[in-house]
Ligand binder design. Structure first.
Ligand SMILES: Cc1cc2nc3c(=O)[nH]c(=O)nc-3n(C[C@H](O)[C@H](O)[C@H](O)COP(=O)(O)OP(=O)(O)OC[C@H]3O[C@@H](n4cnc5c(N)ncnc54)[C@H](O)[C@@H]3O)c2cc1C
Length: 392
C-alpha cells in the first residue's frame, strides 16, 4: 500500500466548533492511525486477520471506553471526543473501528451502566487497557433484525445459571476473553450475562470467507449447558431496552466512523484527480470528475454537521434513539456511495490494494448491515415521525 498522505477535509471550518481537548484527542488518534494502522492494514485485510499488535495502541489513544470514567480505567472524555476517535480509526479501517466500538459501547458500556460495582471493578480496567477483549452476543442465526425473538436462554439452577443457545456474526468472538450475552430467563425476559472464555460448554468458532471487514474477526458463540455464576448477571437493567441502549452508543460511534471512511476515499480521489493525466490533462479538470468530487465534499460536510450536532445533544443527554438511527443510516449510506464513486475515479488502480478505497467500499457493506440495517433505521425514523409502528 502507498504511503498515507491523508489530509482531512473541513470545508465549513468545523474545527472552530471543537474544543482544544477535542482537537488534541483527534490529532493523537489521527497520527496513531497513520503510523500504526495504515502501513499494515491492507496486508491484514488481505490475509483476513485482525492485527493483534495494535491493541495496546488502541488503548493508549483512548479507543477502549473513551467516555467511561477514569476511575474504571476509561478516558473520561465527552461524546464528541468519542466520536472523533471513531472517525479517525475508521479512516484507517472499519474493521479496526468495529473492534473498538464493540469493546467500548457493547461490552464496557453495559457493564458500566447495567452492572454492579464488583463487576465494574473486575472487568472495566482490564477492558480499558486492552488486557481483555470483549464481544457482544445479541444476533442469532434466526433472529437478526428482530432480536426480541431470540431463543438463547438460561435457567436458574439455584447456585448458578445454565445457559443454552447460539449467537452468530459476533465481532471479536474468536479471541474475546469476555462476552456480554443477551438471553431470556424462564419468564422470557431478556438479561445480560457476562460469559468468560474457559467456561465449560462455551465455544467461539470463527466465521470464514468474508469479503467485508476482513481485518476484523467474526465468529459464533455457542452455549452448550454453560454454568454461569450468578454474580455474572447484569443486575441493573433487563428487557430488550438494555441491549438497545448499548446499540445507541455504538451506532452513534458508527455515524462518526463512516465519516472517516468517506473522508479517506474523498481525499484519495481528490489527490489522484490532480495527478492522473489523461487526454493531456489531469482528470480533475474534467467536469464529470469535478461533479463527483463536489458532491462528495457536500455530502461529507452535511454529515459532519449532522454528527457534530448529535454529539452536542448526546453530551446534554438529549439525543433520542431515532436521531441516532438517522445519523447512522445517513452517514453510512453517504460513505458507501462516496467509496463507489471514488473507486471509479481511480479507474483500474481503484480495485487494487495499493489504495484504501476498495477495502473501505467492501467494509461498508457490513457497516450498512450491522447495528440495524439501512432499511431498519429508515423504519425507525418512519415510526418516529408518524407514531405508527411498521414492525408490527
Ligand atoms: C461483519 C458483521 C459483524 C457483526 N457483529 C455483530 C456483533 O458483534 N454482535 C451482534 O450481536 N451482531 C453482529 N452482527 C449482526 C448484525 O447486527 C445483523 O447481521 C443485522 O442486525 C441484520 O440481521 P440479519 O443479518 O439476520 O438480517 P435479517 O434481519 O435477516 O434481514 C435481512 C433483510 O431483511 C430486511 N428486513 C428485516 N426485517 C424487516 C422489516 N421489518 N421490514 C423491512 N425489511 C426488513 C433487512 O433490512 C435486511 O435487508 C454483525 C454482522 C456482520 C455482517
Amino acid at each position: 500500500m502507498r504511503p498515507d498522505l491523508f489530509e482531512a477535509p473541513d470545508y465549513y471550518n468545523l474545527d472552530e466548533l471543537l474544543t482544544d481537548e477535542h482537537k488534541l484527542v483527534r490529532d493523537a488518534a489521527r497520527e496513531w492511525v497513520k503510523r500504526e494502522v495504515s502501513p499494515i492494514i491492507e496486508d491484514y485485510a488481505q490475509k483476513a486477520e485482525f492485527p493483534m499488535q495494535i491493541i495496546n495502541g488502541l488503548a493508549e489513544i483512548g479507543a477502549f471506553g473513551p467516555y467511561i470514567p477514569m476511575e474504571y480505567g476509561g478516558a473520561g472524555l465527552d461524546q464528541i471526543s468519542y466520536g472523533l476517535i471513531m472517525q479517525e480509526i475508521e479512516r484507517g479501517d472499519s474493521g479496526v473501528r468495529s473492534t473498538a466500538s464493540v469493546q467500548s459501547s457493547l461490552v464496557m458500556y453495559p457493564i458500566w451502566k447495567y452492572g454492579n460495582e464488583e463487576q465494574r471493578q473486575k472487568y472495566l480496567p482490564k477492558l480499558a487497557s486492552g488486557e481483555w477483549i470483549g464481544c457482544f452476543g445479541l444476533t442469532e442465526p434466526d433472529h437478526g433484525s428482530n432480536p426480541g425473538g431470540m431463543v438463547t436462554n438460561f435457567k436458574d439452577m439455584g447456585d448458578h445459571y445454565l445457559l443454552n443457545g447460539a449467537k452468530m456474526w459476533i465481532s471479536n468472538a474468536p479471541f474475546a476473553q469476555v462476552a456480554v450475552v443477551w438471553a431470556k430467563d424462564e419468564t422470557g425476559r431478556i438479561h445480560g450475562l457476562i460469559v468468560e472464555r474457559g467456561m465449560e460448554g462455551f465455544t467461539t468458532p470463527e466465521t470464514h470467507n468474508k469479503w467485508s471487514l476482513r481485518a476484523s474477526a467474526t465468529g459464533e458463540l455457542i452455549f452448550d449447558n454453560v454454568k454461569v455464576p450468578k454474580e455474572n448477571l447484569l443486575p441493573n437493567k433487563s428487557g430488550l431496552g438494555a441491549p438497545l441502549g448499548c446499540l445507541d452508543s455504538a451506532r452513534y460511534g458508527i455515524a462518526w466512523g463512516a465519516i472517516g471512511a468517506a473522508m479517506d476515499c474523498y481525499d484519495t480521489a481528490l489527490r489522484y484527480s490532480k495527478e492522473r493525466i489523461q487526454f493531456g490533462k489531469p482528470i480533475g479538470q474534467f467536469q464529470l470528475q469535478q461533479k463527483k468530487l463536489a458532491e462528495m465534499i457536500t455530502e461529507i460536510t452535511k454529515a459532519q454537521l449532522l454528527t457534530w450536532r448529535l454529539g452536542v445533544l448526546r453530551n446534554d443527554g438529549k439525543a433520542t434513539s431515532a436521531q441516532i438511527s438517522m445519523a447512522k443510516r445517513n452517514n453510512v449510506d453517504m460513505a458507501i456511495n462516496i467509496a463507489r464513486e471514488a473507486r471509479q475515479m481511480l479507474g483500474g488502480m481503484g480495485i487494487t490494494g495499493e489504495y484504501s478505497i476498495m477495502r473501505h467500499s467492501m467494509n461498508l457493506e457490513s457497516v450498512i448491515t450491522y447495528e440495524g440495517t439501512h432499511d431498519i433505521h429508515l423504519l425507525i425514523t418512519g415510526m418516529d415521525v408518524t407514531g405508527l409502528n411498521a414492525f408490527k
